[in-house]
Design a protein around this ligand. Structure first.
Ligand SMILES: *[C@@H]1O[C@H](CO)[C@@H](O)[C@H](O)[C@H]1NC(C)=O
Ligand SMILES: *[C@@H]1O[C@H](CO)[C@@H](O)[C@H](O)[C@H]1NC(C)=O
Length: 182
């Protein structure tokens, strides 16, 4: 199969990411402690004496995600939630699988810049006849994600339909329908 390697440097919403940074850590590691109720920016550090090799290891990125959903794609994240050793280190990664014609809906990462490599297939949407796979790295242990359609049409409380109809220059019935989906 023909393979394309495309590297996309996505400075998504540069104005947001300019002040979105994680400071240099003051210790070699600070494994996330998911048991403490201490409130810190990020996660509190686990006692170093109970830190083990598995805090720094994640297995499974070789496995395709389940793409049987309306997006026809699946993001498998490796953020501080899956890999506690990433805490304070300012980095994470994801695997994205796409069915033919699958999409990863338009979104932004409020805390991260992203660099993405297409391993197999071709994107933006997967226009090929076989599955596509991409690996992306993000400059935050917890990049966050704001999916545009969910944020606009699925916000709670709702945006007023009249406002959205005017903003998107469509009939209000179109907005009403979109608001029932998201
Ligand atoms: C994939 O997801 C679909 C929809 O949720 C589910 O029906 C199916 O069992 C899943 N397949 C696997 C292999 O987990
Ligand atoms: C589709 O993708 C969006 C953004 O990643 C996500 O919020 C939504 O849950 C996905 N829908 C399904 C059915 O997987």
């Amino acid at each position: 199969m023909e393979k394309y390697i495309i590297v996309i440097l996505a400075l998504s919403f540069a104005c947001l990411s300019l002040d979105a940074f994680e400071p240099s850590p003051l210790q070699d590691f600070c494994v996330a402690d998911s048991t403490t109720s201490a409130r810190v920016n990020g996660h509190a550090c686990k006692n170093p004496s109970s830190v083990g090799a598995n805090d720094f290891s994640f297995s499974g990125l070789h496995m395709p995600g389940n793409t049987s959903n309306p997006n026809g794609s699946k993001v498998t994240p490796v953020t501080v939630s899956q890999l506690p050793g990433l805490n304070t280190l300012g980095i994470s990664m994801v695997r994205i699988d796409y069915l033919p014609w699958g999409i990863n809906p338009p979104h932004t990462h409020p805390r991260a810049t992203e660099i993405l490599t297409v391993i197999e297939g071709s994107l933006q949407r997967n226009v090929g006849t076989v599955n596509a796979v991409a690996i992306a790295a993000l400059s935050s242990q917890n990049p966050g994600v704001i999916t545009i359609a969910n944020a606009v049409f699925g916000s709670k409380p709702d945006f007023s339909g009249d406002v959205l109809a005017k903003a998107f220059q469509v009939d209000k019935s179109v907005v009403d329908q979109l608001q029932t989906i998201f």
